[in-house]
Design a protein around this ligand. Structure first.
Ligand code: HEC
Length: 164
């Protein structure tokens, strides 16, 4: 009797340990459930250069330390956390998320990412959604011929502002 119970507890311990490891490693946006009401939300802030620029300023202020300048999850503080900051430049992952999902995640956070719903207004968080969208290359239907943006002739500076 006693041994069986000990075995059961031991097994439970292993199960929990494994579950914990999996939760810490897996980083599929699907693992972060978002209420349906948010998923369907449309960005109420019209997309404009001004909205993207405002989002960028907020990003540089609040997000860059973890997510990095280009959104790759390589900000100066990223190493401090066991859960790696998400790569916001990952077109596949970002393509799976609606604007409302991004808004929800920014609003609620998930450790170690803080929540921003008290710190930033709704409008500011929607501006961030616009900016975050610029970090991931648009998914093309055809695998467009590789055009490394950096190889392009350095176009007039003023127009390239919102890209980087
Ligand atoms: C303290 C570090 C930190 C800060 C600051 C931070 N994040 Fe995060 N962020 C993370 C981590 C870690 C994750 C992954 C969380 C997870 O998957 O459990 C994440 C995930 C995300 C996701 C979801 C991606 C996915 O996989 O679903 C988005 C979107 C995001 N962050 C945007 C932002 C924005 C915008 C800001 C600034 C307003 C910000 N983050 C600030 C650490 C941070």
């Amino acid at each position: 009797m006693k041994e069986r119970r000990a075995a059961k507890i031991f097994l439970l311990g292993i199960t929990l340990a494994v579950a914990g490891t999996v939760a810490a490693v897996a980083h599929d946006p699907k693992d972060w459930p978002v209420p349906a009401a948010f998923k369907k939300m449309k960005n109420p802030v019209p997309r404009s250069d001004a909205a993207v620029a405002a989002g960028k300023a907020l990003y540089n202020d609040q997000c860059i330390s973890c997510h990095g300048e280009a959104g790759k999850g390589d900000g100066p503080d990223a190493m401090m956390y066991e859960v790696h900051p998400a790569d916001l430049s990952d077109a596949h992952m970002m393509g799976m998320m609606s604007d409302g999902e991004i808004f929800y995640k920014i609003s609620e956070g998930r450790k170690p990412m803080p929540d921003f719903k008290k710190k930033l207004s709704d409008e500011q968080r929607w501006q961030l959604v616009h900016f975050v969208r610029t970090l991931a290359p648009k998914m093309q239907h055809a695998p467009a011929a590789k055009k490394p943006a950096t190889k392009k002739a350095p176009a007039s500076k003023d127009k390239s502002e919102n890209r980087k």
